[in-house]
Ligand binder design. Structure first.
Ligand SMILES: NC(=O)c1ccc[n+]([C@@H]2O[C@H](COP(=O)([O-])OP(=O)(O)OC[C@H]3O[C@@H](n4cnc5c(N)ncnc54)[C@H](OP(=O)(O)O)[C@@H]3O)[C@@H](O)[C@H]2O)c1
Length: 325
């Protein structure tokens, strides 16, 4: 038996409950794992609070991220005792996830835990940090460097935002952090932000071309914030778009793309091939500062996951929520 959060709609009404399940209720997989740590990402919070159609089949164990130890394996790459990380692949959406003591997963989905991290640190990073690294790599792939100008990070106090601020500052960028939390400027400066601007400067509808400022952008917000970020990006700049915290819509024009050569780089962490995941995690192992990771971490127990998800949805969460399982 093992404990897990179970989401269900038995007669149309949504339920999220911490329950005890039998091992033989786990879905098919070639690796049986013990989950030591998980986390509450934005998507987990949506699923746990039934705010958006994240869950594709019922009942579902949520948790798109996990890190732990292999218990049993029929996969050539994994043996009992190996330490693994899982991000995405539809886990917690289509396949039972990691807000549970045990999970049955596919060996092809797992990345070896880099020796530099323990499972808790890996989950402070989680999908949020791995996505932040994909954004940073998308900017670097277009040959943009700190000497080219400033980088804007939106939703800066969130999970993706906090880690993006820290990673970009460490690479030498002058990071401008946009936030809705005026009282968290010190937190963002400690992560490496050179300047903190109010989110409201970007959140209203604006002109398709505005004064050029950003050499690059990491956007976690979508909607008007993304449109304004594109409109303010300098000739030849890159906007890495990974989120929808303001909204799914994108009311803009092609002007920044055809008149300023701006690249809109879409970032999806869920279906990245294994090689890209390993490269992102290797770069995280090189570049993440352990002290900064601690500064953004908030620990909760498995039974507190729903409460933590509600806080995140209410916009009260800061940095990264780690679930100690
Ligand atoms: N593409 C991918 O593969 C991928 C992977 C991970 C996450 N994401 C997406 O990226 C976004 C951020 O994820 P996360 O894990 O960092 O979530 P998070 O920890 O909840 O952070 C989101 C941040 O967005 C800002 N925000 C909240 N409400 C907002 C609003 N109404 N308008 C504008 N900004 C708002 C807040 O930061 P401030 O108060 O500092 O502004 C908040 O902390 C989410 O939309 C998530 O779904 C996508």
């Amino acid at each position: 038996m093992f404990h897990a959060w179970l989401l269900d709609r038995p007669s149309g009404t949504f339920h999220a409950e911490l329950v005890e399940l039998a091992d033989d209720s786990l879905p098919a997989g070639d690796v049986l794992v013990q989950v030591l740590h998980s986390t509450i990402n934005y998507k987990d919070a949506l699923a746990l609070t039934d705010r958006a159609p994240v869950v594709r089949r019922w009942p579902m164990v949520p948790g798109i991220d996990g890190a732990g130890i292999v218990l049993e394996s029929r996969h050539a790459a994994w043996k009992p005792g190996d330490r693994w990380i899982l991000n995405g692949w539809g886990v917690g959406e289509n396949h039972w996830g990691c807000l549970a003591e045990r999970a049955s997963l596919r060996g092809d989905w797992l990345v070896p835990l880099p020796g530099r991290f323990d499972t808790r640190q890996a989950m402070i990073i989680g999908t949020a940090g791995y996505t932040a690294m994909l954004c940073v790599q998308a900017i670097a792939a277009r040959e943009l460097k700190p000497q080219d100008g400033e980088v804007l990070v939106t939703g800066a106090t969130g999970g993706v935002g906090s880690i993006a601020v820290a990673l970009l500052a460490r690479r030498g960028w002058r990071v401008v952090a946009a936030t809705g939390k005026a009282d968290q400027a010190d937190y963002l400066r400690a992560l490496g932000a050179a300047e903190v601007i109010p989110r409201q400067q970007l959140s209203e509808p604006g002109k398709p071309l505005q004064k050029e400022r950003w050499a690059a952008v990491v956007d976690t917000a979508g909607s008007h914030i993304l449109a304004n970020a594109c409109a303010q990006t300098r000739w030849g700049g890159v906007v890495a778009a990974c989120g929808l915290a303001q909204g799914m819509d994108f009311a803009s024009s092609v002007a920044p793309f055809i008149l300023r050569n701006v690249t809109l780089a879409g970032i999806d962490s869920v279906m990245q091939p294994l090689a890209a995941r390993r490269a992102a995690w290797a770069a995280l192992a090189e570049e993440v500062d352990s002290g900064q990771l601690e500064a953004m971490a908030h620990d909760v127990r498995l039974d507190q996951a729903l409460e933590a998800a509600r806080r995140l949805m209410a916009g009260q969460a800061l940095g990264r929520t780690v679930v100690n399982i």
